[in-house]
Design a protein around this ligand. Structure first.
Ligand code: FSX
Ligand code: SF4
Ligand code: F3S
Length: 379
């Protein structure tokens, strides 16, 4: 998309009425004590996060200010609500959470006051009023088939599947927020008693997956901004936006130098743990996991699982509850093509595919052993 096209897109958004009446994002930022400078700094960081050149920062700032022009419906299916919590639960309001408050959330069960009949009516009237124009964000897996009524919601006793399908039918864009909605998640783990499905299995419409259990607040807000600015992003084989899920955790991990040097934590709490060594032998699944946690972290960039001393459990990968177990032991059956072979460690998921990850390349265990041996020889 050219700069000119982007400008036209933003102008079109600007011409839509604000859905927040007299309130506006600049006003809300001011009231929350953020200066224009803080906001522009945030927009600069968000621009880099979206992998855009720095010259796009003013556009990103404008897009953030226009998030109150597009109605959003957020549905909860079967899940723990961690995805909403990831975004909303911070001790001080952040610019991300504030922007999210200003997204015109027409319906969100966690943050709205309505319940019962009133909630049901709000949802129906939002779908009707904004037919074809709203963003649909869905959290949670969806029980399907004979067990579909395991998730029954509201005074009309509709199933989650019915509600989600209806909302999908009339949406402008659909984002599956979290691994449950993207891939089924914890309730779809073996033996999947409710036959839970990901959102894309219950609708024919295209679903953009934003997995992570939960996804970071930045990935949630970033994907909304990305969509406002450019429309549909480039996606990998699992329909994850490549700008966010294009690299493995292992590629940019702060402990990667220790992996390459064969320096591993052998037990939680040992000297290696104190020295920040690699967590591969403690079961880290960073080499098989596509996500940007190692770059962006969580909670306003303060920390992330590996920084806090536990390996990645692969939470943004399909069926990770089954395929990434045991979480605190290396996966001997998984293979990682890092040093040899034609696919480098920076290859995208769509080039590799999980099958190739399992069938070709050099076993990461072997790589780790070689690295350890090399180190042994040097000593
Ligand atoms: Fe799932 Fe989100 Fe994990 Fe929880 O709702 S992705 S269980 S963090 O909250 O859907
Ligand atoms: Fe980081 Fe895990 Fe890779 Fe070690 S195995 S470098 S801890 S991602
Ligand atoms: Fe999940 Fe691994 Fe990031 S467990 S939060 S993808 S470090």
């Amino acid at each position: 998309m050219t700069f000119k096209e982007l400008e036209a897109r933003l102008k079109e958004l600007e011409s839509l009425p604000s859905m927040k009446g007299n309130s506006s994002i600049p006003k809300a930022l001011e009231e929350a004590g953020f200066s224009r400078r803080d906001f522009m700094k945030w927009a600069g960081a968000m621009t880099a996060f979206l992998a855009l050149p720095a010259s796009f920062a003013p556009m990103v700032a404008r897009a953030a200010e226009l998030t109150d022009r597009v109605p959003v419906i957020w549905l909860h299916m079967a899940e723990c609500t961690g995805c909403s919590e990831s975004l909303l639960r911070s001790d001080t309001p952040t610019i991300d959470s504030l922007i999210f408050d200003y997204i015109s959330l027409e319906y969100h069960e966690t943050v709205m006051a309505a319940s019962g009949w009133q909630a049901e009516e709000n949802l129906e009237s939002a779908i009707e009023k904004y037919k074809g124009n709203y963003f649909l964000m869905v959290e949670g897996g969806i029980p399907f088939g004979d067990t579909e009524n395991y998730l029954t919601i509201g005074p009309y006793a509709k199933t989650g599947r019915q509600i989600a399908t209806e909302a999908c039918n009339n949406a402008k864009a659909i984002l599956a927020i979290g691994t449950c909605s993207s891939f089924g998640g914890i309730q779809a783990a073996h033996p999947n008693p409710s036959n839970a499905k990901p959102l894309h299995k219950i609708t024919n419409k295209e679903v953009i997956n934003v997995p992570g259990c939960p996804p970071s607040e930045k990935n949630i807000v970033g994907n909304v901004l990305q969509f406002l600015l450019f429309g549909k992003p480039a996606l990998d084989v699992y329909n994850r936006p490549k700008w966010a899920y294009g690299l493995r955790i292992h590629d940019l991990c702060e402990r990667r130098g220790h992996f390459d040097a064969g320096e591993f934590v052998e037990h939680f709490g040992d000297e290696g743990a104190k020295n920040g060594y690699c967590l591969y032998k403690m079961g880290c699944k960073g080499p098989y996991t596509f996500n940007n946690c190692s770059r962006e972290r969580f909670n306003q960039h303060t920390s992330w699982p590996i920084q806090s001393g536990h390996g990645c459990i692969g939470c943004s990968e399909p069926n990770f509850w089954d395929t990434m177990q045991p979480f605190e032991k290396p996966l001997a059956s998984h293979q990682f093509n890092s040093v040899f072979g034609s696919l480098g460690s920076d290859s995208m998921a769509d080039k590799i595919g999980i099958g190739v990850l399992c069938l070709t390349g050099v076993a990461i265990a072997a790589h780790a052993a070689i690295a350890t041996m090399k180190k042994g020889n040097e000593e």
